[in-house]
Ligand binder design. Structure first.
Ligand SMILES: Cc1cc2nc3c(=O)[nH]c(=O)nc-3n(C[C@H](O)[C@H](O)[C@H](O)COP(=O)(O)O)c2cc1C
Length: 268
């Protein structure tokens, strides 16, 4: 080979290699990977605000649904404006203005040691419980309290289920239950989303006439009577047991009991 045809420097030698050589193949593969990852990263960053907005809208739709005021095609933001968010201190059952209810992050509060406690007795398998929770009040046209929407969560079979229970203004009658996030199996545990099963909750009573918490999800009837009993999902006993545990936990002393007592006493 003549001296003028010899490639100069590492770049020259690289360019002179045949296209199917190992260095050129590796170079193309790495460049392509870097380019693709840059596009994916840019898309993830650019779409984050849209995802956050969609997540918020989905939560609002679920609150409207559990309160029975959702209709397909409605303006969700406008309909949601009828709800009054309040940050509730669970231990006292009273609202607090320590936080802004419009921006309070329940999930962040539940993992922050300053605003949560580790649970010794943990039937809902949630590990920690926030001391403060955002609840939503719905009033009628006269301004009287109609319903309260209470967030609940707890472990099913495969996942933590996040949802809401709508309770009537008397603090005892359930209007509805709805989960907006879970990872239970479609056709089995995911039947918690089945409208027919959800409709079983409407009109059930949390407490008996003596004030004892009696609400139960079980396969068979309970001694407390049908007004406190919701049939467990067929073929999904473990998810049903998770729902039973989480509902009892959140409606009990560790959860909303002080708030429900205040509702019963007509203090809102
Ligand atoms: C692949 C697979 C997924 C399952 N997913 C669930 C589930 O999401 N929730 C549940 O309770 N049981 C689920 N099961 C069934 C449980 O293992 C268990 O059999 C069932 O909860 C018992 O309910 P039963 O007594 O009503 O039959 C699943 C089983 C299999 C094989």
């Amino acid at each position: 080979m003549s001296e003028s045809a010899t490639p100069k420097g590492p770049i020259g030698r690289f360019l002179a290699l045949p296209p199917d050589s190992v260095p050129k193949t590796v170079f193309v593969a790495v460049t392509l990977c870097l380019f693709a990852s840059m596009i994916v990263s840019a898309a993830a960053v650019a779409l984050r605000p849209v995802q956050e907005a969609n997540k918020l809208k989905d939560k609002q739709v679920n609150i409207l649904q559990v309160a029975g005021v959702y209709e397909p095609g409605i303006d969700v933001t406008e309909a949601f404006a009828a709800f009054e968010p309040q940050v509730l201190e669970l231990a006292t059952g009273e609202f607090t203005d320590q936080f802004d209810a419009a921006t309070f992050d329940d999930r962040a509060a539940a993992s922050d040691p300053a605003t949560s406690v580790a649970l010794d007795n943990d039937p809902a398998s949630i590990g920690r419980k926030a001391n403060f929770v955002t609840v939503y009040l719905l009033r009628d046209e006269a301004g009287e309290l109609d319903k309260v929407i209470l967030p609940v969560h707890g472990y099913g079979l495969w996942s933590t289920l996040y949802g809401f229970i709508a309770v009537e203004e008397n603090g005892n009658d359930i209007f509805g239950l709805q989960f907006y996030q879970h990872g239970e199996t479609p056709g089995l545990g995911a039947e918690v989303d089945n409208p027919r099963w959800k409709s079983l909750w409407s009109g059930k009573k949390l407490h008996d006439s003596a004030g004892t918490l009696q609400i139960t999800v079980a396969k068979t009837a309970t001694a407390a009577g049908p007004e406190h009993h919701i049939d467990a999902l067929a073929g999904a006993t473990l998810t049903s047991a998770g729902v039973d545990n989480l509902v009892k936990f959140w409606m009990g002393e560790e959860g909303y009991a002080p708030f429900l007592a205040a509702l019963k006493a007509g203090e809102l």
